[in-house]
Structures are given as C-alpha cells and as structure tokens.
Design a protein around this ligand. Structure first.
Ligand code: SF4
Length: 463
C-alpha cells in the first residue's frame, strides 16, 4: 500500500521520525512526503533521501503563495530537478477557506507550478478548499497533457467530474471514515478503479478509529479498509488497486507481477477469466483501449491464449465462490475457448457457479444459434450488458459493429437464454441521459431482473 500524501518531514515527526519511517518500510510499499513551500520541499527531499521507500514532492501550498510569484519558476524547477526522489510538483492549489494568500496570487503560483510539472513531465498534487468550482474550471483549462491527483478529495461533484474528464486521480484521506461523511463516501462509486488513490495527509486528519491521535502513514490502511467495505471489495483488492495506481501516477516501478497481463484475476472471492480484447461493440463509456489497468490488473492482452493456459492458472475452481467470464473484451468472441474452459471447470467442480458477462450478441458473433444449447450444463448464468431501453438509444450508445438487427438479436438472446433455463440479468450503466424508467420497463417486459451500475467518467466520455 502507498500513502500518497503525508508530511513526514513536518515538525510533528521530529521526536520519532526514524521509528515512523522504519514502520513505513516494514508495512508500506512507499510514502510520498509532500512539500508546501521551497524550504519545506528541501526538507521533504532530505527525508526522502534517507529511505528507499520515501519519495518527495516540491511545491508551494496556496497558503504560501503570497511569498512567491511566477518568477519563481526556475527555483521550483531546479529544486525539483535536484533529487531523483522528487516524484511530483505540489501541493499546489486554491484555498479560499482560510484565504491566507490573495486569490490572484494563488492562481499565479498554481499556474506556474503546472508549467513546471509540464516541463518535467511530473504529476501535480492538487490542494482545494472552498474552491471546487474554481478548481474544476482551472483543471479543464490548464491541465491538458499534465497528470495529477486531487488530494484529500472532499466530495464536490463538479471537481470530481472535471478531474476525471482530464484523466486525473482522486485521493481519499481519513475523512472518508468519518461517520457524517456519507455524501463523500458515495462519490467513490463514481471513481474508475484505475483513478483511485489513498492517503493520510499525516500528521493531520487521522481516520476514524485513531481520530484525535497524531496521524501517520501506516494509518492509511484504515481508509483503505473503509473504502473496501463501502465498495464491497476486499482489503487486498483496494491495496492492489491503489498501489498500482500510485506507482503509475508517480512513475514508481511496477513489480513484474503487477505489470504482467492477466489471463485470470481474482476480485473478492470470485475468479474472472479474461479471454480477449475484442468486442463487437464500442460503448461510449467503455475503458477498453483507453486504459490497460482495471481493478489493479493489466487486462489488455497482447495475444489470444489457448484454453489450457487458463486451466493452468485457474488450478482449483472449487476455492472460488464463482467463475466469471468477464475481461477486457467480449467472451463470445472466443466461444470455443469459453466452452472448453467452462466445461473443464464444471468437470472439476460441478457446484462452482459459472457466469458469462456478455454484450448479448452471441448469435451474430458466432453465426451460430445453437451456442446456448452448447453451453447448457457448463454455464449457469448470463449477465447481459444492454445499456439502453430501446433500439435508438442502443445504436447511439453501444454502437455494435453489426449495425441494424443487433438489437433484435440481443433481445432474442435474452429470451432464448431464459427459455433454456439459464439465469439471466440485464445490466446498464447509468450514463448521462440514460433512461432508467425505460430500462426498468424493458426488464419487466423481458421478465428478467436488472442491475444499473454507476457511471464512471473517464477522459471526456462523450469524445
Ligand atoms: S460491451 Fe463491454 S467491453 Fe464491449 S464496448 Fe461495451 S462496455 Fe466495452
């Protein structure tokens, strides 16, 4: 796990810094200690240089902006270049809560730091307080081609949307665990797994069970656990997801294990089978082709593995609560392998449920109307991504390559699957403009249960 935002070089750690760092080295993958003005950033660098696992940022906090100007560009640049342990610029931002610097100064110094980050290809650590609207506007205008993270995100919708549209990361701190913060907790459902980070902001903002104590980087685990519980994931899922994300944002090396493409991947107690990157659809909200990492795994296969490679990796299907064919692409694109692997799973473990997550265009993909009969006894259920309530919406949002007739084939698949005794659920993403009521009516008409999933913005979804 990586604490992406701490201030280990602050005086609150003067009494026991070595001990805290030793604990971080034992329990964490890395800690980013964040600088708040130039001298402070130099102290951050010094602490980072004392340990392999500590990294630093160089930046000027909006509170300090009054003492700096755009003319400090070179100084910030040179300080950032002075150590290989510097992984980001910031914390930089807008703070209209305490207004310790004039607004125009805050903008000037923030803009200057974004330019340094652009020059050095480093991400920006963004601080925002009482300035969500202004920061959202700033991000949309100034962050083209610059990476970054909204640190200690506190739940503002417009900021979240702007940040995700521009490909920035969202970092949750201990405030996520505070009992009253329901509306903040709710926002995590809308953050793509590949954009999620955790932090402590230590020595401040201790998470719930240790609230009131001085915060420290290892307490990041409390926030991670709260996120895992909220999303219904395991602690190790959030650990993996946020660690990989932090490494990718701050350009820390991924392990071989983290980097390698995944044929099978475990989430919670289920095992997912990633058969292909091909899909006949191009849903507007899909991450395919835009992002290799999903749920902390590299799912963008560079080849089409044979069935035996999957069986070798599944090893013992009995230990999973479900085996799910769901990956980067559409499982029916590799029907032969799908059938072979599912049959092998059932032969090994009759009681392990097998589900296929599909776009429902199996008849058109395989040009075979018998596919459902062929899967009888080896697949138990289908989760069919419909994502529309009528053909017009469907062709606009899902845009299948087969064109006209796709909607009818999808509906036929759902009806036939149900008739033949498979469990069928239809699903949709709640994208802007999605007709929820129409979708519910469609589910009623088809007499199947439905599930509506939160819409996760990702790099200007409509473009
Ligand atoms: S059906 Fe699934 S994999 Fe295919 S484009 Fe749509 S969301 Fe992406």
């Amino acid at each position: 796990m990586i604490d992406t935002h701490a201030h280990l070089h602050f005086p609150q750690f003067d009494g026991d810094r070595e001990e805290v760092i030793r604990e971080c080295e034992e329990k964490l993958d890395a800690v980013i200690t964040v600088g708040c003005e130039l001298e402070d950033s130099k102290r951050a660098i010094k602490v980072a240089e004392s340990s392999k696992k500590i990294f630093a940022t160089v930046g000027i906090h909006p509170h300090e902006a009054k003492n700096y100007s755009e003319r400090d560009y070179e100084k910030v640049l040179e300080t950032a270049k002075s150590s290989r342990k510097v992984v980001a610029i910031g914390e930089a931002g807008l703070d209209f809560y305490r207004n310790l610097s004039p607004k125009e100064k805050q903008y000037e110094v923030l803009k200057m730091q974004v330019e340094v980050a652009r020059e050095l290809s480093l991400p920006v650590v963004i601080h925002t307080r009482n300035a969500a609207k202004e920061m959202a506007e700033f991000i949309r205008k100034e962050f083209k081609g610059v990476k970054g993270v909204v640190h200690c995100f506190s739940g503002e919708k417009e900021l979240l949307e702007a940040a995700l549209d521009e490909g920035l990361y969202i970092s949750y701190s201990g405030i996520f665990t505070y009992p009253k913060n329901n509306s903040l907790r709710e926002t995590v459902k809308f953050v793509p797994s590949s954009r999620l980070l955790v932090e402590t902001d230590s020595p401040y903002l201790s998470p719930q069970p240790v609230r009131g104590k001085r915060n420290k980087p290892t307490f990041v685990a409390y926030t991670a656990k709260a996120i895992a519980d909220y999303l219904g994931l395991s602690f190790s899922d959030i650990d993996r997801i946020t660690t990989v994300n932090a490494k990718r944002l701050f350009s820390l090396p991924l392990t071989q294990e983290e980097e390698k493409e995944r044929l099978v991947y475990k989430v919670g107690d289920k095992l997912y089978i990633n058969l292909t990157t091909n899909c006949p659809c191009s849903c507007k909200f899909c991450f395919r082709g835009k992002e290799d990492f999903i749920l902390g795994y590299n799912l963008n296969l560079k080849r089409e593995p044979i069935a035996q490679e999957y069986m070798y990796r599944i090893k013992n299907p009995k230990i999973y609560s479900e085996i799910v064919f769901c990956g980067y692409g559409e499982p029916f694109e590799r029907f032969k392998e799908l059938k072979e692997i599912a049959s092998w799973v059932k032969k090994f473990s009759k009681e392990t449920p097998v589900r296929v997550d599909t776009c429902g265009l199996a008849f058109l993909i395989t040009k075979n109307k018998e596919v459902l009969d062929e899967l009888k006894g080896v697949v138990d259920s289908f989760s069919v991504s419909v994502n529309a309530s009528n053909p017009e919406e469907y062709y606009k949002v899902v845009n299948p390559k087969f064109g006209k007739g796709s909607w009818e084939s999808l509906i036929e698949f759902i009806k036939k699957a149900k008739e033949k005794g498979f469990k069928v659920v239809i699903t949709a993403v709640d994208y802007p403009g999605f007709n929820r009521e129409g979708f519910k009516e469609l589910a009623e008409e088809l007499k199947v249960p439905y599930r509506i999933r939160p819409f996760k913005r990702f790099k200007r979804w409509e473009s």
